[in-house]
Design a binder for this molecule. Structure first.
Ligand SMILES: Cc1cn([C@H]2C[C@H](O)[C@@H](COP(=O)(O)OP(=O)(O)OP(=O)(O)O)O2)c(=O)[nH]c1=O
Length: 192
């Protein structure tokens, strides 16, 4: 089976590499359209859109079995969705809201499989709860000055320097980084 990761995220590439499957990377550049409201619905909707975009491009020019994997991550606090911050002020607002509290990280994953002339769709999500310690404003400002928040949902990367503020996590760590690789591996085993 040929696998395609429909993502530009270096974190997702690194996590998928752990499964041992070989895959190609084809990021989707189609504009994301959000019609849903709840975080779990939004991430599954966007994961499906990314996978479906690459599925149709690939299917047009290849006549072989293949699987496309799309994913999307958001941070959510009281069901308010936080994506990537638009600027440093928004990063500060997001991190100030998340400090000293528990929030949720949702990653949706969509598998679009073309096998023996038919299409199989498996879409799911994983939720992880993350609690931060209280954080001083100076610490937030120096973290934001590193630029690390800007390409990350919720304006932080648990795998980077922001790790020092994490009090606890409940659920799959890799889901926070951008791909719930354990759940994904189970789904791939079921599909083949
Ligand atoms: C909360 C959190 C998010 N992130 C990242 C994961 C995702 O890459 C990013 C959320 O943006 P996404 O829109 O999910 O993904 P992306 O734009 O990086 O890649 P693509 O759409 O091409 O697949 O935030 C971390 O790396 N660490 C964290 O702790």
């Amino acid at each position: 089976m040929k696998y395609i990761l429909a993502s530009a995220s270096p974190r997702r590439k690194e996590l998928l590499r752990k499964t041992g499957i070989s895959f190609e990377i084809m990021p989707s550049s189609k504009e994301e359209v959000i019609t849903e409201e709840l975080p779990a619905d939004v991430v599954t909707e966007l994961a499906y859109q990314k996978a479906a975009d690459i599925f149709s491009l690939y299917h047009k020019i290849h006549d072989e079995d293949f699987t496309v994997i799309g994913a999307d991550t958001v941070v959510s606090y009281k069901d308010e969705i936080l994506g990537k911050p638009a600027d440093e002020q928004e990063a500060l607002d997001m991190l100030s809201m998340l400090a000293d509290r528990t929030h949720q990280v949702y990653t949706g994953v969509s598998l679009l499989i073309w096998k023996n002339g038919r299409k199989i769709i498996r879409t799911f999500y994983e939720k992880t709860e993350v609690t931060f310690y209280p954080i001083m404003r100076e610490d937030l400002l120096s973290y934001i000055a590193t630029g690390d928040p800007m390409d990350k949902a919720g304006a932080y990367g648990i795998q980077g320097d922001f790790a020092i503020h994490v009090k606890s996590i409940n659920g799959d760590y890799n889901n926070v980084v951008g791909l719930p690789i354990g759940h994904l591996y189970q789904e791939l085993k079921l599909a083949f």
